[in-house]
Design a protein around this ligand. Structure first.
Ligand code: IPM
Ligand code: MG
Length: 361
């Protein structure tokens, strides 16, 4: 088994170093190879996703990814910006299924801006389609308008589109995930989020998800417009179990869901293709404002490594060991500044990583 290590920018290098430490402490047999990505790769290779990095990713069973981006690259032409690295990896590896769990740790229930009773026990899974929709739809670009409100004016446009097989495969992923969760005690519900009241693409989405749902009589299916879903997520988040939605709505709703739990610094994510090859990354970004200070929370990346062991490397026991260790350090009262509250012990990135290693037992 081979893991590609792509730390990237900002706090990416610091948090990935802690996850590597944890992986090494498990005493499993796999090889790891690092490569630059994002702004770091632009500096060293002139491109955010150099061929050598892409090749390494393709040749690996799993990719452990830190984060990319820094304000200083905002003025570069789009093709050279750090974000293109993650979009390129998704596209070239066909990583269409993005898992973004939002789990509220009981120890952190007071770190949320929502009332504890709303989020205590929260455990929802957002499944975001990741290689289609308006993110990748062609054509796109700038041109002179020939119609619309201002013919002759400069305009920009993107294309929202989904094919039937694209919707079918992500719907199957969602129903299967709901089944697995149901076996572990969840409700067994998929909520498909769309904008069928306005968009042709999402009426089609709703129709196809409904059709796929007929093969899963054991799983409840409901449909929700995206604006209502945004509201319900803060009003009664525990009504959700698995949420499945398109690329753009999923981008927005998964950030919202992550904040329900109090800290985006705690949440892992996985992006899988049909061969179970996966990219694993924290749900948060590169946080250039705190980079290099040793204060970033490494737990989301450490938990991403656990997801990697479970999904791509088929080592569920090792994954569970990491998850238990993370739970244990929280119970010990250790907190990085993002989740600190009076009465707990404030620690830095490295101390937190060390504590997890120690708690592995
Ligand atoms: C995410 C990020 C990316 C996205 C950016 C960095 C391109 O926001 O993974 O959610 O929009 O998908
Ligand atoms: Mg996002």
């Amino acid at each position: 088994m081979k893991i590609a290590i792509l730390p990237g920018d900002g706090i990416g290098t610091e948090i990935v170093a802690e996850a590597i430490k944890v992986l090494q402490a498990l005493d499993l047999s796999f090889t790891m190879e690092s490569a630059p990505v994002g702004g770091a790769a632009y500096e060293s290779h002139g491109h955010p996703l150099p061929d050598s990095t892409l090749q390494l990713a393709k040749d690996s069973d799993a990719i452990l990814f830190g984060a990319v981006g820094d304000w200083k690259y905002d003025t570069l032409e789009r093709a050279l910006r750090p974000e293109q690295a993650i979009l390129g990896l998704r596209k070239h590896l066909g990583l269409f299924a993005n898992f973004r769990p939002a789990i509220c740790y009981e120890q952190l229930v007071n770190a949320s801006s929502l009332k504890p009773e709303l989020i205590s026990g929260l455990d929802i899974l957002i499944i975001r389609e990741l290689t289609g929709d308006i993110y990748f739809g062609q054509p796109r670009g700038r041109r002179t308008a020939t119609d619309g409100h201002f013919p002759g004016a400069e305009e920009a446009f993107d294309t929202m589109r989904y094919s039937k097989p694209e919707i079918e495969r992500i719907a199957h992923v969602a129903f299967q995930a709901a089944r697995t969760r149901k076996a572990a005690g969840s409700e067994g519900r998929v909520t498909s989020v769309d904008k069928a009241n306005v968009l042709e693409t999402f009426q089609f989405w709703k129709d196809v998800v409904t059709e796929v749902g007929q093969s899963y009589p054991d799983i409840a299916l409901d449909h929700m417009y995206v604006d209502n879903a945004a509201m319900q997520l803060v009003k009664q988040p525990k009504r959700f179990d698995v949420v499945v939605t398109g690329n753009m709505f999923g981008d927005i709703l998964s950030d919202e869901a992550s904040m329900l739990t109090g800290s985006i610094g705690m949440l892992p994510s996985a992006s899988l293709n049909s061969r179970n090859q996966g990219l694993y990354e924290p749900s948060h970004g590169s946080a250039p404002d705190i980079a290099g200070q040793g204060v970033a929370n490494p737990l989301a990346t450490i938990l991403s490594a656990a997801m990697m062991l479970r999904f791509s490397l088929k080592q569920p026991e090792a994954a569970a060991r990491i998850e238990k260790a993370v739970d244990a350090v929280l119970t010990q009262g250790l907190r990085t500044p993002d989740v600190y509250s009076p009465g707990t012990s404030k620690v830095g990135t490295r101390e937190m990583g060390d504590a997890v290693v120690k708690a592995l037992g």
